[in-house]
Ligand binder design. Structure first.
Ligand SMILES: Nc1ncnc2c1ncn2[C@@H]1O[C@H](COP(=O)(O)OP(=O)(O)OP(=O)(O)O)[C@@H](O)[C@H]1O
Ligand SMILES: Cc1cn([C@H]2C[C@H](O)[C@@H](COP(=O)(O)O)O2)c(=O)[nH]c1=O
Length: 202
């Protein structure tokens, strides 16, 4: 793989994606890439302030969606585009696929509205590679329950996560050139072995 790749990690809450970001970053660094790791919502001081709001305050669905894209616009301007322009690889814990999955699939905002916002905020930018960590809801829920206090999204009911997961899988089928589905029911070391194979083959 040449440098300056934009890699995103996606999946329902508790799928295990964040667990593997440092591992993949280290794999890439070992082969000489400069790597920036970041996240959404967040990734900038303003984005982190917006993150606190969207993860903890009740709000209208369109407000929530617009704040996700506001955080993303700042993230692209301050972090993602400058890093890619320097030739660094960017690994982001979530990006626009999450808005389609959560606000579109989970909360039922019309996908056409999301496509309009996507065209406005990043008409030319898509991830080069999206790793979708996929698990049944019960597995994700058990992992979350064992690990931490739940935020606004993590407290959603099972049907919300079923619809969110279904939208992720629909997008993976729609964009097979950039999506790779990772079976995240396996052990961490089994998943790391797959990730090593995948990154080495890029
Ligand atoms: N393959 C795995 N097997 C068992 N436990 C795992 C596995 N992957 C992650 N975990 C554990 O599950 C919990 C959630 O993992 P992690 O934070 O990586 O999920 P996530 O998908 O990033 O969730 P969120 O999006 O809510 O941040 C953590 O306690 C983590 O140690
Ligand atoms: C980018 C983005 C995120 N979300 C949700 C998904 C998660 O529940 C939280 C925060 O993410 P984390 O992986 O747990 O750190 O925000 C969303 O609903 N829409 C989005 O666009």
């Amino acid at each position: 793989m040449t440098s300056a790749k934009f890699i995103t990690f996606e999946g329902i809450d508790g799928a295990g994606k964040s667990t593997h970001i440092a591992f993949v970053a280290e794999l890439l660094r070992q082969r000489g890439d400069k790597v920036v790791t970041t996240r959404e919502p967040g990734g900038t001081p303003l984005g982190e302030t917006l993150r606190e709001l969207v993860l903890h305050q009740p709000m209208h669905l369109e407000t929530e969606t617009l704040l996700m894209f506001a955080s993303r616009r700042e993230h692209l301007a301050q972090v993602i585009e400058p890093a890619l322009a320097r030739g660094d690889t960017v690994i982001s814990d979530r990006f626009t696929d999450a808005t389609f999955a959560y606000q579109g699939g989970g909360r039922k905002l019309a996908l056409e509205k999301l496509e309009t916002l996507e065209q406005w905020v990043h008409p030319q930018r898509q991830p080069d590679l999206t790793l979708l960590f996929d698990v049944p809801l019960e597995v994700a829920r058990a992992r979350l329950d064992a690990s931490r206090t739940l935020d606004k999204f993590e407290q959603e009911k099972a049907t919300f996560f079923a619809d969110t997961r279904a939208e992720y899988l629909r997008r993976a089928a729609q964009f097979p050139e950039r999506f790779r589905i990772i079976d995240s029911t396996r052990t961490i070391s089994e998943i790391q072995a797959s990730l090593t194979e995948l990154i080495t083959a890029l």
